[in-house]
Design a protein around this ligand. Sequence first.
Ligand code: DX5
Ligand code: ZN
Length: 221
Amino acid sequence: MKKQIAPSMMCVDFMNIGENIKVMEKCGIEYLHIDIMDGEFVNNYTLGTDFCKVLKQNSSIPLDIHLMIEKPENKMHWFEFGEGDYVSVHYESTKHIQRALQQIKSKGAKPMIALNPATPLEVLEWVLPDIDAVLLMTVNPGFAGQKLVPQTLEKITACRKFLDERGYENIEIEVDGNVSFENARKMSDAGADIFVAGSSSMFKKELTLEEGIAQLREAIK
Ligand code: DX5
Ligand code: ZN
């Protein structure tokens, strides 16, 4: 499957966001990863509904909305998204994960299920027909700039095997958290397809955006 990059928009330079998005468009960035937090599911706030709307209306890059919120099935209609966009919901955030995934599909977008580092892959078993991708958190969700939870590398390999053995070769794996150039290479070898790029790769202070993107492409190819 094609290796794709999804820059984490909470790490972007907010004073220059328009310029930055132009660079991303020029560099063929595949998705804009937008972290939505509610201060409940995770202890932080970041981006919100209006931010998604503005990017949706002003950029040609599809969205990748990562909902880190309690009971996303009750709040899905707050967000503007559609065909070509990914939306992920956490298994741990609701008793009604299948309903939440269905809601995403019914709005024409691609449903993705997100798993925290400690959540077993077995929870995927009965939602395989409902998803286009699995988001494996490689840090605990909530904050940029954390260190990789090392056993999640093995979890990527195990996830690819789990999906393939059941005939779901087409389901993509996204990785999110400390996707540094070095870790990205290992994650790619383990079978990851979509890489959330944050403070540890393309938004590194000492690099231009173009340089960061080029280095990440090199690491995952
Ligand atoms: C949370 C975020 C972060 C982060 C990624 O879901 O998506 O994991 O911004 O960037 P790093 O870990 O490189 O700071
Ligand atoms: Zn995220």
